[in-house]
Every structure is written in structure tokens, then in C-alpha cells.
Design a binder for this molecule. Structure first.
Ligand SMILES: CC(C)(COP(=O)(O)OP(=O)(O)OC[C@H]1O[C@@H](n2cnc3c(N)ncnc32)[C@H](O)[C@@H]1OP(=O)(O)O)[C@@H](O)C(=O)NCCC(=O)NCCS
Length: 170
């Protein structure tokens, strides 16, 4: 059945942490997000305003988080040429039966629309392994294009994909 409505709901750590823990342990997520415990700890460190639960036709099915990475983190990842005002996003659809139904691109579209209201955001971006064909296609469907490839210490060859959220200054 096609999904009628996708929306982003504010993350309530008490309510949603157990679900997020389950999703991060699912093999189709852990393969790309890495160690589930570490991923959960990183997520819990993110402020609540920078996280959302993806809700499809009323059911919580996935998770988004976003942040402006410190320059030293970008340098360590070999991505120091990304512009100021970059907002880096992570996304997962945790419920396997909701994979491949267009929810990832739709939720990214909703987040990008929200970031367009943020006066400090210039570009939104996502990194993933060159082997993660599904994610690369989903990011393209949401309007992201290749910034460049880079080498991730954990995942090997990766693509960083971006979409402009604000016109360049004249
Ligand atoms: C990546 C993810 C967010 C994409 O969201 P989604 O809702 O499943 O995406 P879509 O429904 O648009 O499906 C993906 C597209 O990739 C295509 N696809 C699937 N497998 C593919 C592959 N191996 N190579 C290329 N394209 C592929 C599908 O056909 C579909 O494209 P289409 O609509 O043009 O036919 C989701 O699958 C997910 O959470 N995966 C696990 C975690 C993850 O990889 N997170 C992101 C990187 S860290």
C-alpha cells in the first residue's frame, strides 16, 4: 500500500529511545550505521531539537538527526572543504517493512524544507558508503548531488552528497 502521509515528530528521549535502540540493532541499519551501542550514545548526545522520529501514516518507522559538525571533525574526516553552515544529516528507516517505500527521500525533503528557515544553514549533506546503493539513490531522489568521494576510517570509500539550502551570497 502506498504511504499517504510522512511527517517528522519531535523526539521524546523517554518515549523513543527504546525504539531507536531496536532500530540501530537491526542488521539492515547496523551495516551502515556501525556499532549500535556507539550509535545510540552519539544520538543521545545530540540535542532534542536536532533529532526527529519519522512517522509514516501514524506509525514511527525511522529517525533523523542533524548537526553542524565542528571544523576539526570535518578535517579529521578529510572533508575540510565543505562550506561553512553545513548541516550534516543521518537517516534511517528502522522498520524493515517500510524500506523501499519512498519514506527516506520524503523525510529528507521535509527536513531540508525546515533547514531553509534556518538563517545559519547553507548546505545540507549526508555521507554514506559507495556500496550503499539504496541510500545513494534515495538521497538523489531527495535532491542531493555528489560533493565528492572520501575515505572513511570505518566504512572505507564513501560519498558525501549535498543540497544547497540557501542561495550563495551575491
Ligand atoms: C537509505 C534509506 C534511508 C533510504 O530510504 P528508503 O525509504 O528505503 O528509500 P526509497 O524508498 O527511495 O528506495 C531507495 C531507492 O533505491 C533503489 N535501490 C534499492 N537498492 C539499490 C541498490 N542496491 N543500488 C541502487 N539503487 C537501489 C530503489 O529501487 C529505490 O529507487 P526507485 O524509487 O527509483 O526505484 C533506508 O533504506 C534506510 O534507512 N536504510 C538503512 C540505513 C541506511 O542505509 N542509512 C543511510 C546511510 S547511513
Amino acid at each position: 500500500m502506498p504511504i499517504r502521509e510522512v511527517r517528522l515528530e519531535a523526539l521524546d528521549p523517554e518515549l523513543h529511545s527504546p525504539k531507536l535502540r531496536d532500530w540501530l540493532r537491526r542488521p539492515h541499519v547496523a551495516r551502515w550505521w556501525g556499532d549500535p551501542q556507539l550509535a545510540l550514545e552519539n544520538s543521545l548526545q545530540c540535542s532534542a531539537e536536532n533529532q526527529a522520529v519519522i512517522v509514516a501514516d501514524g506509525a514511527p518507522v525511522g529517525y533523523l538527526c542533524w548537526q553542524t559538525p565542528p571544523r576539526n571533525e570535518l578535517e579529521a574526516a578529510g572533508l575540510a572543504d565543505l562550506p561553512e553552515g553545513l548541516v550534516d544529516i543521518d537517516v534511517l528507516i528502522g522498520e524493515p517493512e517500510f524500506i523501499g517505500r519512498g519514506i527516506g527521500p520524503r523525510s529528507l525533503g521535509l527536513l531540508v524544507a525546515r533547514l531553509r528557515l534556518d538563517p545559519f544553514a547553507t548546505v545540507a549533506g549526508l555521507g554514506t558508503s559507495v556500496s550503499n546503493g539504496r541510500a545513494i539513490r534515495a538521497f538523489e531522489k531527495a535532491g542531493f548531488h555528489l560533493f565528492r568521494e572520501f575515505q572513511d576510517p570505518e566504512f572505507g570509500p564513501c560519498r558525501y552528497m549535498v543540497v544547497e539550502v540557501r542561495d550563495a551570497a551575491p
